[in-house]
Design a protein around this ligand. Structure first.
Ligand SMILES: [Zn+2]
Length: 117
């Protein structure tokens, strides 16, 4: 029992992403509340600009986390079907070092580079 298997790493990572997503969502909710409270005159409110910037930043974080979650779920599904760690492009095994760095990787380094990921 020295090393965590890929599935365990994926689940751990999934927990992290779920936590991050919950955190970002609650910040977005907080921002929505702030915004609602001062919606009367936000064109002349210097804070309106800051809030919009913060809003886009949080939305960006949330989208990234959601995307990551989908990738992790897809990797877990592949793991369940025995296809985990096999490059979806060329069918060769993905090197362990790469899976270590990116447990949700779907392509080997060569194919990922070729496809821009
Ligand atoms: Zn490949």
């Amino acid at each position: 029992m020295s090393e965590a298997g890929p599935e365990e790493r994926l689940r751990k990572r999934r927990d992290d992403v779920v936590r991050r997503l919950a955190h970002v969502s609650s910040e977005i909710d907080g921002l929505r509340t702030d915004r609602g409270a001062e919606s009367a005159d936000d064109e002349h409110d210097p804070e309106g600009v800051t809030l919009s910037a913060e809003w886009s930043r949080l939305e960006g974080l949330r989208e990234a986390a959601e995307r990551e979650l989908l990738e992790i779920d897809a990797a877990l599904a592949r793991s369940a079907s025995g296809a985990y760690g096999v490059c979806v492009s060329c069918g060769r095994p993905i090197p362990a070092a790469r899976l270590e760095a990116r447990p949700d990787a779907t392509r080997c380094v060569a194919c990922a580079t070729a496809s821009g990921r």
